[in-house]
Design a protein around this ligand. Structure first.
Ligand SMILES: CC(C)(COP(=O)(O)OP(=O)(O)OC[C@H]1O[C@@H](n2cnc3c(N)ncnc32)[C@H](O)[C@@H]1OP(=O)(O)O)[C@@H](O)C(=O)NCCC(=O)NCCS
Length: 195
């Protein structure tokens, strides 16, 4: 199932399903050391990145974020929405299928500091709860990734996990990681939406 089957619009941005033609534009910022610093890893050659980006399963969970200005929109970042099963005991496992979504984000540093990531991820959270009817969204980051931690807290997500010295960074250091979550009921209550 693709994360998104049609474009979504916010005040300044369009979120749309990624396609193979977006590989070059996303590689242009993902290859930067300052961006790759907190990512699992970005292949350093364009052809290898294209193969990684266009893997069908990965493409299906990737959205690109376009800034609408002038006649031609500019790709300013990309998002991930990975639908997953919640943990459940065997007898009720069917009810937990696809019940939550993991979110991820990357913004071109040339476009940081304008609230675009906040605006895009807020819409992604809305989409997950309202359109996909998931009951919980989650996101993870290195604790030292200040910008991502601020983003999750700006969105009202709750820090539920602080794992100490848990993840090996390519610098060779074992770093703390944090896990954030938000429930659909909390989101509805915050937006005054009845079930
Ligand atoms: C994480 C990341 C997306 C955050 O980018 P960002 O530009 O800080 O986030 P936003 O676009 O939402 O902008 C928010 C900043 O703009 C400011 N801002 C300006 N106008 C704003 C507006 N209209 N609305 C909200 N914030 C606004 C905010 O004050 C905030 O600055 P602050 O964090 O210094 O307080 C970006 O740093 C990134 O891509 N990092 C590398 C990849 C990465 O780490 N991915 C996640 C792996 S877990």
């Amino acid at each position: 199932m693709p994360a998104l089957d049609r474009p979504l619009a916010t005040d300044r941005l369009t979120l749309r399903p990624a396609n193979a033609d977006d590989a070059a534009a996303t590689w242009a910022y993902r290859r930067l050391d300052s961006v790759n610093e907190w990512l699992t890893g970005t292949p350093s050659e364009p052809a290898a990145f294209r193969a990684y980006f266009t893997d069908p399963a990965r493409l299906a969970r990737t959205l690109v974020v376009e800034l609408r200005h002038g006649s031609q929109p500019t790709i300013v970042g990309d998002l991930m929405l990975r639908r997953e099963d919640a943990w459940a005991q065997r007898e009720v496992a069917d009810e937990a299928r696809g019940a939550q979504a993991e979110l991820g984000w990357v913004l071109d540093p040339a476009h940081c500091g304008h609230g675009y990531a906040t605006e895009a991820v807020r819409e992604l959270v809305r989409h997950a709860f309202e359109d996909l009817a998931v009951r919980r969204v989650v996101a993870n980051a290195f604790l030292d990734n200040d910008a991502s931690v601020r983003l999750m807290e700006r969105l009202g997500m709750r820090r539920e996990v602080h794992a100490v010295s848990e993840s090996l960074h390519r610098s060779g250091r074992w770093l703390d990681s944090v896990g954030y979550a938000l429930l659909a009921d909390e989101w509805r209550a915050r937006h005054g939406i009845c079930r």
